[in-house]
Design a protein around this ligand. Structure first.
Ligand code: PA5
Length: 456
């Protein structure tokens, strides 16, 4: 099975690895469903249509926003800032974390030599006392600034981290200087973070009402940390803009339509778990970002593909057995990186005690590519359909394209599934219990009911 109508774009989608699992006619039927869902998304007539601001971010982001981010980058550089703590959780951190991890030198923080950009670390994405205490140890050794990101401005995890980090920065640098070392990204009008930022005089960036957290990587939520980390946000937006145009096409040639169609067909055929796989460890957080995007968008009303992620070949030595021979409810979407940004060949060893001389002169990446091909064939033989998303190499332009491709496919896919892809009502349940158990005013009745349950 081949995608018969495909553009040669920066993000290529291939369904060849599904041909032994689905019938051509069934795929065509799902493409029709995907095209109808695309219509709903384009005409903004579906559930959650007040959260579609992400669709045109690549082509509408003003140059002034990027210039504002660069101005902060330059002013912090002038102060000698070498550590920026980015505080946020879920959609308010995963996109930036993904981009920065993918684009950075793997060992950037340990490499000696002059650094052109500050180290970016993340906080407020957990409630671990050890994590925040150890972060403070690092902050004490460094020249710090912080970006606090929360659309609602009320999320507990980043709020607690921000309280601690704000106090540390104020005590260390003084209140006035602290107000120049803290930037907030939040709602234009409401929320505790907005009021606090106004009172303290922080530079503030706005997350528009019509963009949900998991679709916000191309707003200041992602743009500011990516600029501070020294990467080319214009190239990222350019890549996303190219995919904005292609993923709006009302034809089978649209790769977002193809991906949404195939994964829903496979789901209908009992493949209830999708693993996003990459053979590049730099894309580990692409998997984390993608899991939030699809998990929060589709996992509702008792439905939805469960999104999982693996880095191969690493996880072939842990999850490989299950994927090859365990319960057959899996499909894999492999994000292929066609070319490495580095070059290293395997040298000859006259003794050849390890028996590896047959690899002499080959690039390490060629071994990786053959591992990818071999795994694909083995997993197909084991009953795991393969979907493939390819980019030429890891860079800002291609990552921007990948972000947009997955966002658009997610919207289409959610509508095929018959859910509102743009809400997340289920996220509230744990928060209510946590607030009740922590004694938050207003939660007394729930606290009493929970304590009774826990005593049983
Ligand atoms: O996608 C979402 O809406 C969520 O994951 C949010 O991004 C996350 O809960 C953080 O919310 P906030 O930015 O309001 O602090």
């Amino acid at each position: 099975m081949k995608n018969t109508h495909t553009y040669n774009t920066m993000v290529k989608f291939n369904i060849g690895g599904c041909s032994s699992f689905v019938k051509d006619a069934d795929y065509k039927a799902y493409v029709e469903k995907a095209l109808s869902a695309l219509d709903v998304l384009e005409n903004e007539t579906g559930a959650g249509n007040d959260f579609l601001g992400w669709k045109h971010l690549p082509t509408t982001t003003p140059e002034s926003l990027i210039a504002d981010c660069e101005q902060i980058r330059d002013s912090w550089k002038a102060k000698g800032v070498d550590l920026v703590v980015v505080i946020g959780i879920g959609g308010s951190y995963l996109g930036a974390k993904c981009a920065i991890e993918a684009l950075s030198h793997t060992f950037a923080s340990s490499l000696k030599g002059d650094k052109t950009a500050p180290q970016i670390v993340f906080a407020g994405n957990n409630l671990s006392e050890e994590y925040i205490s150890e972060l403070m140890d690092l902050m004490q050794q460094r020249n710090c600034a912080a970006v606090v990101i929360s659309k609602s401005g009320t999320t507990t995890e980043p709020a607690i981290a921000f309280r601690l980090i704000k106090q540390y920065i104020e005590q260390t640098y003084g209140a006035k200087e602290a107000s120049e070392r803290i930037v907030a990204v939040t709602d234009a009008h409401k929320g505790a973070l907005k009021s606090l930022s106004t009172q303290e005089g922080y530079k503030t960036f706005v997350i528009e009402d019509n963009v949900g957290g998991r679709f916000s990587v191309l707003t200041p939520v992602g743009i500011l940390p990516i600029v501070l980390a020294g990467f080319d946000i214009r190239a990222m937006l350019k890549g996303a803009a190219e995919m904005e145009e292609i993923c709006a096409k009302k034809c089978e040639c649209n790769p977002a339509v193809q991906y949404a169609a195939m994964r829903n067909l496979l789901y209908n055929n009992g493949k209830t778990v999708e693993i996003l796989v990459s053979f590049s460890p730099k894309l580990q957080y692409l998997g984390e970002w993608w899991k939030q995007l699809f998990g929060e968008s589709e996992g509702k009303d008792g439905k939805g593909i469960f999104p999982a992620s693996c880095i191969f070949t690493t996880d072939l030595h842990s999850m490989g057995q299950y994927i090859q021979e365990g319960e057959r409810m899996l499909m894999e979407t492999v994000v292929t990186v066609e070319n490495s940004n580095r070059s290293m060949t395997i040298a000859n060893d006259p003794q050849n005690l390890d028996g590896l001389n047959f690899l002499t002169g080959k690039h390490v990446e060629e071994c990786n590519a053959m591992a990818e091909l071999g795994t694909k064939l083995a997993h197909i033989d084991g009953g795991v359909p393969q979907l493939q998303v390819s980019i030429e190499r890891i860079n800002e332009y291609n990552l921007g394209g990948l972000f947009y491709f997955f966002e658009k496919a997610c919207g289409i896919s959610g509508y095929i599934l018959g859910v509102n892809p743009f809400n997340q009502p289920g996220v509230e349940a744990y928060k209510k219990n946590m607030f009740a158990l922590l004694g938050k005013p207003g939660y007394e009745a729930q606290a009493a009911a929970l304590k009774e349950r826990l005593a049983e």
